[in-house]
Design a protein around this ligand. Structure first.
Ligand code: SAM
Length: 322
């Protein structure tokens, strides 16, 4: 097991199945281009081998499939079928929900029981402006079907000043009514926002402001969360829970247990570091050759973690897998 001075180790793997996405959210994709085909993406088989090797070399216990948009990837079917056999404690998926209705049978057959669906607004016009792709009605229909099928759903919202702050309470009400857990993700200085500090500061909304908005309608108290959770969780008695991923306001680097594998075969130990480690070539090698080399790279990747606070990174979220 590889552990650093702060006692951190990799427990959670996020895999970006593809960098392609059917949205081009303003805060994620700088050029507004959707469905950009990623060059040299790994095959589903190589990715599954990667997960298997990382379970052994790093002690990965939980997997989150992300992207890009995982539901647009033709690899999803094979990947889900094969990765389900590796004995992970949990496999979950993050999606924008646009193709959820169509892919729900596949997700259910593959044993997926938890979904994170990203939705920044319930307003059709604001949705068009922020997501720059897809349509809101399809996402909402997919969410209802996933709910009816018994999936455990978290909704991710990135609050953006001047764009969707009037949606904080409507989205919270929407989630509480349906038993979904809403998670507010503080805007991160990633990609173009790491380069353009002004744009970041103009849009950023921090946890104290959010909690005060919510406090105007609801009473809430902090709830328990696992030690290495990214979100601070709150309970609204008798109504449900919500969370805040407060990268800026309450950094969680000291307990971070996440490792990321990009669709093109790069390991990232930290969102906030520009270091990355190529493992694509190792995934074609037999286990006895791959594992020692992988372990050396994992030591480096763990060393990339920030000591205290998230400071941003130039990698675009849809490449690294948010
Ligand atoms: N396409 C999928 C989706 O929309 O959930 C998965 C990939 S997306 C990159 C994963 C998450 O990253 C989304 O919830 C998105 O809102 C979030 N995200 C992207 N860029 C971000 C940024 N700069 N700050 C905060 N969250 C960001």
């Amino acid at each position: 097991m590889i552990v650093d001075r702060q006692g951190r180790r990799f427990r959670n793997l996020r895999i970006s199945l593809t960098a392609a996405c059917n949205y081009a959210c303003t805060y994620c994709v700088p050029d507004g281009k959707r469905l950009v085909a990623a060059q040299d993406e790994l095959s589903a088989e190589a990715m599954v081998r990667g997960v298997a090797y990382l379970i052994e070399a790093a002690g990965i216990e939980r997997l989150r499939i992300t992207g890009g948009e995982p539901l647009v990837s033709p690899k999803l079917d094979v990947f889900l079928r094969e990765v389900g056999r590796l004995g992970l404690a949990e496999i979950s998926l993050t999606t924008n929900g646009q193709l959820l209705s169509r892919k729900l049978p596949l997700l259910l057959e593959s044993g997926i029981r938890r979904l994170n669906v990203s939705l920044d607004t319930l307003d059709t016009n604001a949705f068009r402006v922020i997501a720059r792709g897809g349509d809101l009605a399809s996402v909402l229909a997919g969410l209802e079907e996933a709910r009816a099928a018994g999936l455990k759903i978290k909704l991710n919202m990135v609050p953006l000043r001047g764009q969707n702050l009037n949606q904080v309470l409507p989205l919270l009400d929407y989630c509480l009514e349906r038993g979904f857990e809403l998670r507010f993700i503080e805007l991160m200085r990633m990609g173009h926002l790491a380069r353009d500090g002004n744009s970041f500061l103009q849009q950023f909304v921090g946890m104290p402001e959010l909690l005060s908005m919510i406090g105007e309608r609801y009473s809430f108290a902090q709830a328990d969360a696992p030690l290495d959770a990214t979100a601070l969780r709150y309970e609204i008695p008798q109504q449900g829970f919500f969370g805040v991923i407060a990268n800026e306001s309450v950094p969680f680097c000291r307990t971070c247990s996440r490792l990321r594998l990009s669709s093109t075969g790069w390991l990232h130990g930290c969102l906030s570091s520009s270091n990355r480690h190529y493992v694509g070539d190792l995934l074609d090698k037999p286990r006895h050759q791959a594992l020692p080399a992988l372990q050396r790279l994992l030591v480096k990747a763990l060393g990339d973690k920030q000591d205290v606070a998230f400071s941003g990174g130039v990698t675009v979220m849809k490449i690294i897998g948010g």
